[in-house]
Structure formats: C-alpha cells, structure tokens
Design a protein around this ligand. Structure first.
Ligand SMILES: [Zn+2]
Length: 285
C-alpha cells in the first residue's frame, strides 16, 4: 500500500515540474508543449540532469548550472506541494485499486493541478488566468454530468420508461442529483463574489475570484462550498493581519485572494465532512 503512495508522490513531483513549465509559459505566452525547457534567466536549454523535480534544485544548490543565477523557490515548492496534494487525493479518494485512472481520482488530480497553477499565477501577477479557469470549469461540468447521468444507476433506460419513471427522473434531475447540487453551489458562490466585486468596485475582489468561486462550487457542491468560502476568508484575514503586524503591508496594499480560495477548497475537499460533523456535534449537548 505504502509503495503506491510513494509512486503517487513521485507522480506529483513530476506533475509539479510540468505545472512550473505551464506557469512560466503562461507568463511568456509560449506554447505549453513543443519546446525544450530553458533557464528563465539565461535561456540556456536545460539538460535532463537539470529537470529532476526537487533533486536538481538541491544538487545545484538553487542556482542555474549555466549562469549561476538563483532559481526561484517556486520550483521546488510547487513540486513538493503537488506531490503532497496528489498523496492526499489518493488517501482520501482511494479509487485506484484496480483502475489506476478511475474517473474521480483522475478528475481530482487534474483539477488540483489547475488550482495550483491558478494560485501561483495569482500570487505572481494578481491575475487568475482564463486559459486555466475556463477549461477547468468545462471539465468539471462534463465530469459532474457524466458521473451523475451516465455512470449512476437511476438513469437506466428501463427505469425511465417504467411506470412513474419519468416523474422520478425529473425529481432526481432537479433535486437529488449531484449535478444539480454542484450547479446550485457554483451559482451561489458566483453570485456572492459578484456582489462583493460590484460593491467594492473591483478593489477587494478581482473578476477572476468570481470565476474561481464558480469553479469551486462545481468541485465541492453544497454544503462544502459554504465551508470553503468561510475558510478562505479566515485564512485571508489571518494572513492579512500577520502581514500588518509584521509591518510588511499597510491596510490598503493588495493581497491576491485566489490562493486563499484555493486553500479553502483543498481543506474542504479533504477534511470538509469531518469539520462539518465536528461543528454540528458542538451543539448536541
Ligand atoms: Zn541560467
């Protein structure tokens, strides 16, 4: 079992290395595949020795082999972060005993990768890239729809055409389906952030945060989306206060909100149900 986690961690490191390339090429508008990786500073083509996730960074002591300029800490951090998140997905969504690329696992690995790119890009440029967020929304819509209506039992044709089937199916479509649930979550989160965006005239939240909130709803559904949004405000406030007390930022300076939304999404995804259960248990006695 543990060998599987080591495998998925290494897979995460490699994926993280690719995500760094995606982030860099989104910045420079280069094509994502097709070209050899280069040092961002001296543009020297990197050899395979320079491309081992984390290990190359350690061996080269964080410097480019060719120009000796410092390599950003972003590279190993994204790699290790992706590795850890991949392990968490495999631990909490263990669908892979027989089918390695089972739908839920594959979907989550993909969407987590997108969210990592979104937060790093937001930290670096205060922008949530449409090139990532729109495909992620499309994939989530298709995934939710397919899982609900193609893989689930209640859409079997014989069921639909039997007796009250049509009415039951309509009921399921509208009220009991996970697809409907995620749509409601997505539009509520979208509406909530749109109102903040309009009230603060774009100074508090960016338009990107509104789109990201929609995606979060599609990933988490109801009620986990509530927890994720709540957590993101808590994380953001703690971070903001810490910066103010450390004297690094003033009240008005800009802090990107995307990473906090993503952090709230991850915590809700892995521990949301435990947190909600714990919260309601507080009120039993
Ligand atoms: Zn270099």
């Amino acid at each position: 079992m543990s060998i599987l986690y080591i495998f998925i961690f290494i897979l995460g490191l490699v994926a993280g290395s690719f995500l760094n390339v995606v982030i860099y090429r989104l910045e420079t508008e280069e094509k994502i595949v097709n070209d050899r990786s280069r040092c961002p500073k001296c543009k020297h083509v990197l050899s395979w020795l320079d491309l081992f996730p984390v290990f190359s960074f350690l061996l080269l002591k964080g410097k480019c082999r060719y120009c000796l300029k410092k390599i950003s800490w972003q590279y190993p951090l994204v790699e290790i972060g992706t590795g850890i998140l991949f392990v968490l997905v495999a631990f909490y969504f263990p669908y892979f005993s027989f089918q390695l690329l089972s739908t839920k696992l594959f979907y989550l690995l993909l969407i987590i990768s997108a969210l990592i790119v979104v937060s790093v890009f937001d930290i670096r440029h205060y922008i949530i890239p449409d090139k990532i967020i729109f495909p992620a929304i499309a994939v989530s819509l298709v995934y939710n729809f397919v899982v609900d209506f193609v893989l689930n039992d209640y859409m079997r044709l014989d069921y639909v055409f039997s007796g009250n089937g049509l009415i039951s199916v309509l009921f399921l479509l509208l009220f009991a389906s996970q697809f409907f649930n995620t749509l409601v979550a997505a539009f509520s989160a979208f509406g909530f952030f749109l109102i903040i965006f309009l009230l603060t005239k774009g100074n508090g939240m960016g338009g990107g945060d509104v789109k990201l909130a929609f995606l979060m709803g599609l990933i988490l559904g109801w009620p986990l989306i509530l927890l994720a949004v709540f957590l993101s405000f808590i994380f953001g406030s703690i971070f903001g206060l810490a910066l103010i007390f450390a004297g690094k930022k003033k009240m008005k300076s800009m802090v990107p909100f995307g990473p906090f939304l993503v952090a709230g999404t991850f915590v809700s995804l892995f521990w949301g149900e435990i947190i909600i259960k714990w919260y309601f248990n507080l009120f039993i006695f």
